[in-house]
Design a protein. Structure first.
Length: 423
């Protein structure tokens, strides 16, 4: 690598055949000049900006943060089990190191900061909060060994918000603060409409939160889903009118808070999630009486939505051939054969990939189950498959209690490994 610019004794901007890089190491810039080769023995960390940001500007910002804090956060992020991409992200490490630096200063002066978002952070960003607590524990262990005042547990809230923000590459925490408030408000819309209380610990609510987070990013980047799979979207909206009305209210709140109206396809996906969340959840007597889930007197909440949608898909050959109608599957007490597959579609098992997969599964005369994270779905039901929320890279399991289904499972597993959205 050849030096392009020296920022201080510990940070330089360099270039090799792959492009510009930020290189750190104690003394790596001491008496160095542009055009000189990098002393590889002094290299501690190499950062390659992957979000389109100017390496020169990032290096300048990095030079303003003590190298010891950067190293501490690099080690802490790795110890907390974050991805390699996170440990190599200069923006994330700078944000964390900068925050920790000021937090250490405050702690040494006996100053404390109240973070009012603990409940929201714990509910909405449980995985990032777990990672943040692990980072904080690593940092406090380091401070303890160096006889420095430890940081309070509340700092995990701020670290969580930085981790969430890094996932969207906004570079501006105000986006994450806004998103947090809107998420809480949208969950309240469902709770008020159905007279229920929701917990983020359930799989369906967790997936709804994840969907909303990426919806906000699509809005921010002006890349909403729009009329790509209108037949599927219309069937989803028609399947559960009550969930569709709730989704419309959610869309109205989003437009009010974020200044962007949602496309019908986006509202369809919100409808799908609302329907899934409220299936089998006890609602208040008022809401039960006013709007049974499938429009029939005395219907159980959520009992008709899946069956109705699956019946509609069964009569629409352009989408799928036939589908199952059982909303909740239970494996039989018999020998099960299974196959695993890693989802190859870039968009996961949504829309076109889901319709192609369920159409293929419906061609086989076997009861086949697809499962992810302990949740099962009828492989021939497009609504159940879509609401699994399987993303690119997720590992799913295909199962059947019929030994003769082995060949079918092999073919379906191979199908899931392909990028169906590109076919």
């Amino acid at each position: 690598m050849e030096i392009l610019r020296v920022f201080n004794n510990n940070v330089v901007l360099a270039k090799d055949s792959a492009g510009e890089k930020i290189v750190t190491g104690r003394g790596i810039g001491f008496k160095a000049r542009p055009g000189q080769p990098i002393d590889q023995n002094k290299v501690v960390r190499v950062f390659v900006p992957a979000d389109g940001r100017d390496p020169d500007h990032l290096a300048e910002l990095l030079a303003g943060i003590p190298l010891s804090h950067i190293k501490l956060m690099t080690d802490a992020v790795a110890a907390a089990g974050l991805s390699e991409a996170a440990s190599q992200s200069p923006t994330l490490l700078m944000a964390l190191a900068d925050h920790i630096g000021y937090a250490i200063q405050r702690a040494s002066k006996g100053e404390t900061v109240e973070y009012p978002l603990l409940a929201e952070v714990n509910q909405l960003y449980s995985e990032e909060y777990r990672q943040a607590r692990a980072i904080l524990a690593f940092v406090n262990d380091h401070l303890r060994r160096h006889e420095i005042v430890e940081l309070p547990e509340a700092e995990a809230v701020a670290l969580t918000l930085h981790l969430v923000n890094a996932g969207f590459s906004t570079g501006d925490l105000s986006f994450t603060y806004t998103m947090t408030g809107v998420l809480q408000q949208l969950i309240a819309v469902i709770e008020n409409d159905y007279g229920i209380r929701l917990s983020s610990e359930t799989v369906s609510v967790g997936r709804f939160i994840t969907h909303l987070r990426y919806l906000f990013v699509r809005i921010n980047q002006h890349e909403q889903l729009d009329d790509q799979y209108s037949a599927i979207g219309q069937a989803i909206r028609d399947s559960d009118p009550r969930a569709y009305q709730c989704a419309q209210r959610i869309a109205a709140v989003i437009e009010l808070r974020l200044g962007a109206s949602l496309t019908e396809d986006e509202i369809s996906y919100l409808t799908l999630h609302v329907s899934r969340i409220t299936q089998g959840v006890a609602v208040s007597p008022t809401t039960k009486a006013s709007a049974p889930a499938d429009g029939q007197p005395g219907a159980k909440p959520g009992s008709g939505a899946v069956a109705k949608l699956d019946t509609e898909f069964a009569t629409a050959p352009s989408v799928v051939g036939s589908t199952g109608i059982t909303p909740t599957l239970t494996r039989k007490d018999s020998h099960m054969i299974s196959r695993t597959a890693t989802i190859g579609s870039s968009v996961g098992l949504h829309a076109r990939p889901a319709s192609l997969f369920t159409a293929a599964a419906a061609e086989y005369d076997y009861d086949i189950v697809i499962s992810l994270d302990g949740e099962e779905a009828d492989a021939a039901s497009i609504l159940e498959v879509m609401t699994l929320g399987a993303k690119h890279g997720d590992v799913v399991t295909l199962s059947s209690d019929d030994d003769a289904a082995a060949g079918a499972l092999d073919e379906l597993a191979a199908m899931l490994e392909r990028d169906l959205d590109a076919e």
